[in-house]
Design a protein around this ligand. Structure first.
Ligand SMILES: Cc1ncc(COP(=O)(O)O)c(C=O)c1O
Length: 396
């Protein structure tokens, strides 16, 4: 309308989608040089304008601080902390526990976390109960008067069971307000799932996976909304000293800036791969929360905005078939780890979960024919034709 020419509506409050947040992770251009990418602070010590700023890089470092602020923002937390590995983050969280405490953990937790909780914390007077968490109502009976922590990992590694974070957090906090609910969000990342908004007290990551995303950094990241809890964690971070190098922090910041784009592609490819596998005669069972046939598909839809990039399946013919399959793969690489841009094949029974007792593996369904795929961001058609020819090699 002519009388409105030249008139611009008042801009709305800028919305910050997580993609915009990821790209602009708290860095403004360097005032001195104009550099858009913040420099790496390698110095171990800093001249102090006033006592108590950045005193020593184990306690705090400007490059690490950028990353810590970034994970806090992405996870909808207030405070972030970075560690030398996901396992270092786990051990620091366990440092909150006192002898005599009891932990309730999901049974299909990452093998290294299970090892730490049972073999390390077990010798320090901390008892742990491992249990399936797919039915939160069944958990009530497992809480003890000394339960101080609930450890969730969802989806679990490698059977991709889904835990209802909100239901378990609510139950734990209704039993005792100060029970800490910890959620390992490695498989989903804050782009898909934000445990702090669902009631968890601490969210932790092996940032060696999707957050860095390029298989070239070992790193742990953590976030919380709780000031007092943060003070206890930051004390332990400094006292234990398992902190990452500034260069690794820089690389992880770089990875975070493309998190949303990578995760969209991981999810889309994983869905295509899972759908393909579920129609193949050489495949006995497919595990992917995005498939409507997954027993907790509805929970995954409710608590996450995507189902992640990991697809597991059971192949007919056991270990012999698995060996033929992995040898025939040309685009997928047989390697441990996950969450990088490249597609990987893992055989948990003899690789990542080889240290888990055979009976325990059998109980979890991790049989010799069990395969975990970390679906990368290549072209889906190439991934599917690679799987097709590798499965053909099995049935030959
Ligand atoms: C779900 C999960 N949490 C924690 C870890 C431990 O992380 P890191 O290897 O960075 O120590 C891993 C490693 O594979 C993992 O898969």
């Amino acid at each position: 309308m002519s009388w409105l020419w030249g008139w611009e509506p008042r801009p709305m409050q800028p919305t910050k989608g997580i993609g915009t947040l990821a790209v602009h992770l708290d860095h403004s251009s360097d005032a001195a040089t104009g550099a858009v990418v913040p420099s790496i602070s390698l110095s171990t010590t800093f001249a102090q304008r006033s006592p108590g700023e950045f005193e020593y890089s184990r306690s705090s470092n400007p490059t690490r601080k950028l990353l810590e602020n970034a994970i806090a923002k992405l996870e909808d937390g207030v405070h972030g902390l970075a560690f030398a590995s996901g396992s270092a983050a786990t051990s620091t969280i366990c440092g909150l526990l006192e002898p005599g405490a009891h932990v309730l953990s999901v049974n299909d937790v990452y093998g290294g976390t299970k090892r730490y909780l049972s073999k390390v914390m077990g010798t320090r007077g901390v008892e742990c109960t491992f249990t399936a968490m797919s039915k939160p109502e069944d958990l009530r009976a497992l809480f003890k008067p000394n339960t101080r922590m609930v450890w969730i990992e969802t989806p679990t590694n490698p059977t991709l069971a889904v835990v209802d974070i909100a239901a378990v957090s609510q139950l734990a906090h209704s039993i005792r307000e100060d029970i800490l609910v910890v959620t390992d969000n490695t498989f989903m990342t804050p782009y898909l799932q934000r445990p702090l908004t669902l009631g968890a007290d601490i969210v932790t990551h092996s940032a060696s996976k999707y957050l860095n995303g390029h298989c070239d950094v070992i790193m742990g990241l953590m976030a919380t909304k709780d000031d007092a809890l943060y003070e206890r964690l930051v004390f332990l971070q400094n006292a234990i000293g398992a902190v990452p190098s500034p260069f690794d922090c820089y690389l992880t910041m770089r990875g975070l800036r493309t998190l949303h784009v990578r995760m969209d592609r991981h999810c889309a490819n994983a869905m295509k791969v899972a759908t393909f596998l579920s129609t193949h005669s050489a495949v006995e069972q497919v595990y992917y929360p995005g498939l409507p046939s997954h027993p907790s598909h509805a929970i995954s839809v409710r608590q996450a905005s995507g189902h992640g990039g990991i697809v597991s399946f059971r192949i007919r013919g056991g270990l012999a078939a698995v060996c033929k399959f992995s040898a025939a793969c040309k685009v997928f690489t047989l390697a441990e780890s996950l969450g990088g841009v490249e597609s990987l094949v893992d055989v948990p029974a003899v690789m990542t979960h080889g240290a888990v007792a055979a009976e325990e593996r059998a109980e979890l369904g991790i049989t010799d024919g069990f395969i975990r795929l970390s679906v990368g961001i290549e072209d889906a058609e190439d991934l599917i034709s690679d799987l097709k020819q590798a499965l053909y090699a099995v049935i030959q």
